[in-house]
Each structure stands twice: as structure tokens, then as C-alpha cells.
Design a protein around this ligand. Structure first.
Ligand code: IDP
Ligand code: MG
Length: 162
């Protein structure tokens, strides 16, 4: 159920979500996708890749002076990630709520981190923390021709008749 007129800036908001290497190792890609689909968001881009350090350095540029930064880059390079772009009403804020607190110990049960993770350094998933950040991160991780603009034709809604 979507607002009938929210304007493109709300209903077509996009965010970058990434299943981190520990999430891939633990076979949680499907669980993550299922939660975003179930919520009602639309998948408009997805790829698995071994993240190059150039992307990781830019992705985490704000954290470069943190003591955990080298370990963070090593963790994020330890295996493939699954990067996704999700679209929908207020998707940036909703995604942050769905993934939960950065520190898994503080993450509420029911959130992805709160359900699947116990430590801040292995917290399963990334999601952009602002609309501006999302735009920057989507451009960093995806070429524009890797994003698919597809129309909702109502197959999932009550108006569908076989
Ligand atoms: P976020 O992922 O919830 O947006 P940020 O503060 O942007 O959290 O930190 C990015 C990532 O860096 C975290 O998800 C986590 O993987 C890692 N990280 C943040 N703080 C720590 C820490 O204190 N120790 C180890 N890793 C950390
Ligand atoms: Mg962050």
C-alpha cells in the first residue's frame, strides 16, 4: 500500500544495501533479500563482486582515521559482497531501521543485525545512512546501465486476476 502521490523524490528514493562477506559466508543473501521484498521495496540493481580496495576506500572514506579502519578494509576484502540497490518510499530511513544498530550488541531483535550478528566487526550488512550518501554510494558501486527501471504492473496486488 503506497501513498497515491508522494512525488518521485519519496516513492523513487533509492539506497545502497550490501551483504558483507560474513553475510555471504553464512548464506544470508536470501534472508536479506526476502526482508526487503517482504517490506515492499523494489530491487533495481544487484551484483556479486569481490570489492576492489579502491571502492572500499571511497566507500569508507569518512572512517579512514579510525583505529579499526585497516581491519574493516581487510574484513570487507575477505570475500565477495552482494551489492544491491533498493527503491521505494523512504527506503533510506526504512533500511537503516531494518538493519539495526551498527553495534550488533545494541541491535534490536527483529533487525537484521539483531537477528543474525553478535559483534560490530561482523555485522552482516551495509545500508546507506542518508539520501545524499545513498546517491554517492550507488554511483560508486554501480554503472547507470546496471540499474533497471521496471514498472510495477500490480501482479502482487489484490487487483491481479489470473
Ligand atoms: P554503519 O555500517 O551502521 O553505517 P558506520 O559507523 O558507518 O556504521 O561504520 C561502518 C562499518 O565499520 C560498520 O558497519 C562496521 O562494519 C565497522 N565498524 C564501525 N565501528 C567499528 C568498531 O568500533 N569496531 C570494528 N568495526 C567497526
Ligand atoms: Mg555507515
Amino acid at each position: 500500500v503506497r501513498p497515491s502521490s508522494g512525488g518521485p523524490s519519496w516513492t523513487q528514493e533509492r539506497t545502497l544495501v550490501a551483504v558483507k562477506p560474513d553475510g555471504v559466508q553464512r548464506r544470508l543473501i536470501g534472508a536479506v533479500i526476502q526482508r526487503f521484498e517482504r517490506r515492499g521495496f523494489k530491487l533495481v540493481g544487484m551484483k556479486m563482486l569481490q570489492a576492489p580496495e579502491s571502492i572500499l576506500a571511497e566507500h569508507y572514506q569518512d572512517l579512514q582515521r579510525k583505529p579499526f579502519y585497516p581491519a574493516l578494509i581487510s574484513y570487507m576484502s575477505s570475500g565477495p559482497v552482494v551489492a544491491m540497490v533498493w527503491e521505494g518510499y523512504n527506503v533510506v530511513r526504512a533500511s537503516r531501521a531494518m538493519i539495526g544498530h551498527t553495534d550488533s550488541t545494541e541491535a534490536a531483535p527483529g533487525t537484521i543485525r539483531g537477528d543474525f550478528s553478535i559483534h560490530i566487526s561482523r555485522n552482516i550488512i551495509h545500508a546507506s545512512d542518508s539520501v545524499e550518501g545513498a546517491q554517492r554510494e550507488i554511483q560508486l558501486w554501480f554503472q547507470s546501465n546496471e540499474l533497471v527501471n521496471w514498472a510495477d504492473v500490480g501482479h502482487h496486488s489484490s487487483s491481479y486476476q489470473a
